[in-house]
Design a protein around this ligand. Sequence first.
Ligand SMILES: Cc1cc2nc3c(=O)[nH]c(=O)nc-3n(C[C@H](O)[C@H](O)[C@H](O)COP(=O)(O)OP(=O)(O)OC[C@H]3O[C@@H](n4cnc5c(N)ncnc54)[C@H](O)[C@@H]3O)c2cc1C
Length: 303
Amino acid sequence: MERELHLRKFENGESLKYPAFHAEAFCTERGTSYLKEPGVVMIAQSVPNLEGMRTFLKGFDDELGFSQYLDDPVKLDPSAQIVKLAGQNCYMSYGPKRSMNKDATGYIENIVSSGHGSVMEHPNFTLLFYGVDRSFTHELVRHRAGMGYSQESQRYVGGKVLRFVERPEFQDVPELHKQFEQRIDRVADEYKDLTTRLLTLQGEGLKIVSAEQATDKRKKVRQAARAALTNETEAIIVVTGNLRAWRHIFNMRVSEHSEVQIRKAIHKAYKCLKEVEPTGFGDFEEVQLNDGTVGLRTNYPKV
Ligand SMILES: Cc1cc2nc3c(=O)[nH]c(=O)nc-3n(C[C@H](O)[C@H](O)[C@H](O)COP(=O)(O)OP(=O)(O)OC[C@H]3O[C@@H](n4cnc5c(N)ncnc54)[C@H](O)[C@@H]3O)c2cc1C
């Protein structure tokens, strides 16, 4: 599906971009839902409040000219502004001799090439991933530094929300596609049967699945019934990372060495982030890989 772009407009006429790549849901003949592509939705990004700096900057000797930091006529993308401000704070470069916003691209390129990566830890981007399975999330959550995750819980969620993800390798091979559809029908049935059986046992007083509250009762059943679910089960996840951490993930996961599903999903994440922050990801180049997917390369993998 095509990229979608939402604009959030502010009273001063400025607007923020929130890109998304959506994915269609399909159904087997028996009604089991599945997706073929990852969906990626940008749901949040850091926005600086420069005005809040005014009193702080006024507290220095007028001769330093720090107050005019806020009057730079060139407006930057929010995250570029945050990175530039954090970098300039290191040298208290708020005066007239500082790098101006018109030179921000060169300024940030210099940060990237010199490996001064900590200033890139300030802007955060939050993305929601759907149409991705448990193997995707299991790999993604291994990235710890600078990342935060909130994943759909199989202990709480099941039933009608249950969907599956067809791997790219199966989609264009009729025999594998058919097997996939048969498999998810079977898994969905088995999950339902197991849930029903466990609920019955709960009603009959089986201690290990017993609970006082209704939600706890459901949880006790679902945490056991999910044993029937395969890696192909969809696992919707909200992911927040700072600019530096996302750079690391793009480098590790949109590569020929990474697994194809994670590569495709994280490439979409890259496209979303590159659109709202062209400079901080400006050194990444897209390359065509032998399997028809896209990889990313940079000369600065570890910033
Ligand atoms: C192609 C590929 C194949 C893989 N195969 C396997 C596999 O077979 N089995 C397996 O278990 N895992 C595998 N992994 C996962 C891999 O081992 C890492 O866990 C994963 O890539 C997370 O990256 P990271 O270690 O760079 O951590 P991140 O959390 O992304 O950290 C970023 C950077 O911060 C620093 N850092 C983070 N945490 C620490 C720490 N505790 N101490 C010191 N420095 C730290 C490191 O410099 C690190 O590179 C694979 C990953 C890839 C990309």
